[in-house]
Ligand binder design. Structure first.
Ligand SMILES: [Zn+2]
Ligand SMILES: [Zn+2]
Length: 484
């Protein structure tokens, strides 16, 4: 069968992000996605992919994608083969991460499309249907390199073909400053600005936003290993593959703000644990983490309903919590009311361990889309005491810890009891509802407040990690030799 003969090589650089450079994994972290992006820098050097057409620009710059410049077509994927020197050239190069044996690899495949292509997605779908081809094989293919307009402070305009590389030693985007290397491309008609950073730089940029920059060293190291393991497992999901970057910079992946709040201690924690990730049976251990469990961490199965993950099945964080069954109403309430030693803790740590929140019954009804609240039944709590299922008025079910938190007006956690109703399964609320709770976040994996406490008590980062991710191993040997 013949294939589209348009050479689509540019798509390779459009859709893939990460690469290995002399054994170092470089990632593209998204900083902004918009129709128009404004930056400021003393000096920026902008060039196209080939590096042949470059321009040094100064001061404030605005980037715009030119509408209508991309003529996209809908094609039908016919076959896929591993990319190599012998691959026929009329395919589209696609890159994605995979874990092979005990290594992270970047898979390169050539995707070949049927000769017929369509300007309209529905027509492509109809055609696929007639041929009995799975609709998933219909893909959008931009066939012209989109152009990007750059306007400098004096109003002068410059034009480049997407994607463009930007080099700057100080690039301001909104109120944050970043340095070194960037890539700007057009994805689905929008500009996508990514920071191109080595993995270790990325980890150093995540830690201060996820645990803070004023922490004991062993907690910082534990956070570095957890963030690195989490990053590698996120890469394996390839969930931003079609967005034009590897990881986003928000809580969806991990919060990243360049060198903001970074200090010597963070740099030291990253270099002392360089390349270390957690593995289980030679695979990357999923290393999710949260602010504060409130006593015990929960199992990923109870919180997200997926399969059992042995190293995410819940741990004792505060030793005294061991004597309380937090899945029971009376145990949960007694533990929430029992005093804790919070000496040496910062105010956010203390706040996450004991909180109280009021919500009117009418507001709760509004959040749930019911006319009034007659009864609330607590159906299920996880090991950490988090409520994972509730029944309102005997008819309206709320499933999942996140939905419970949302219903009550975004609570820190779903580990709470109703004040004045301790130990009861069914609550008949008055006009005003007072909740007393512990913990902040989903409760799965490492508890940051617990990691801080353990490090103040002289535990080292491997002991901290083993507490929250039992039976994991630490590995630094996961980049294949061929990339070095
Ligand atoms: Zn994300
Ligand atoms: Zn904890």
């Amino acid at each position: 069968m013949k294939h589209i003969s348009l050479i689509l090589i540019f798509i390779s650089s459009l859709l893939f992000a990460a690469e290995f450079r002399e054994g170092t994994l470089f990632l593209e972290i998204n900083l902004a996605t918009d129709q128009r992006i404004e930056i400021s820098a003393n000096t920026t050097y902008i060039s196209d992919e080939s590096g042949l057409f470059g321009q040094e620009l100064h001061g404030n710059l605005a980037f715009e994608s030119l509408p209508g410049a991309v003529e996209s077509r809908f094609g039908i994927l016919d076959w896929v083969q591993e990319a190599g020197p012998e691959s026929p050239p009329d395919g589209v190069l696609s890159k994605s991460f995979a874990w092979e044996e005990d290594h992270l690899v970047l898979k390169q495949e050539m995707h070949y499309f049927l000769e017929q292509s369509f300007s309209d997605k529905d027509r492509a779908l109809d055609f696929a249907h007639v041929l009995g081809i799975n609709p998933k094989n219909v893909h959008e293919i931009p066939i012209v390199n989109p152009r990007i307009k750059v306007i400098d402070a004096s109003g002068e305009e410059f034009y480049f073909e997407s994607p463009i590389r930007i080099i700057s030693d100080q690039l301001w985007l909104r109120d944050r400053v970043y340095d070194s290397e960037f890539v700007l491309k057009v994805i689905n008609g929008k500009l996508v600005l990514n920071h191109v950073v080595p993995l270790e730089e990325y980890i150093a940029g995540v830690i201060p936003n996820e645990i803070g920059n004023d922490c004991p060293m062993e907690a910082l190291k534990a956070q570095a290993v957890a963030a690195r393991s989490h990053a590698v497992s996120l890469l394996l999901y390839n969930r931003h593959q079609n967005d034009g970057y590897d990881l986003c910079n928000s809580t969806h992946c991990q919060v990243y703000k360049g060198k903001y709040l970074r200090n010597d201690e963070i740099n030291q924690a990253v270099s002392a644990t360089a390349l270390e990730i957690m593995t289980v049976e030679d695979r990357v251990a999923d290393a999710t983490y949260h602010s504060s469990c409130g006593g015990k961490t929960d199992s990923s199965h109870a919180i997200w309903n997926g399969k059992d993950i042995p190293h995410l099945s819940g741990s004792i964080c505060i030793p005294e919590a061991k004597n309380f069954d937090l899945t029971s109403e009376s145990g949960a309430a007694r533990w929430i009311d029992s005093p804790l030693d919070t000496s040496g803790m910062s105010s956010w740590e203390r706040g996450s361990l004991n909180w109280q929140k009021n919500i009117s019954s009418s507001e709760l009804a509004k959040n749930l889309g019911v006319s009034s609240i007659r009864s609330i039944r607590i159906v299920k709590r996880g090991k950490s005491g988090r409520i994972t299922s509730m029944l309102i008025n005997n008819t309206h079910r709320i499933d999942g810890e996140y939905r419970v938190r949302q219903a009550f007006g975004m609570l820190p956690s779903s580990f709470f009891y109703f004040a004045g109703q301790a130990g009861k399964n069914i609550i008949y609320p008055g006009k005003m509802i007072t909740l007393k709770g512990r913990g902040s976040g989903h409760g799965v994996g490492m508890c940051q407040v617990g990691a801080l406490r353990m490090s103040r008590n002289g535990k080292n980062y491997t002991e901290i990690l083993q507490t929250y991710y039992p039976n994991i191993r630490l590995s630094t040997q996961w980049i294949p030799d061929e990339y070095k």
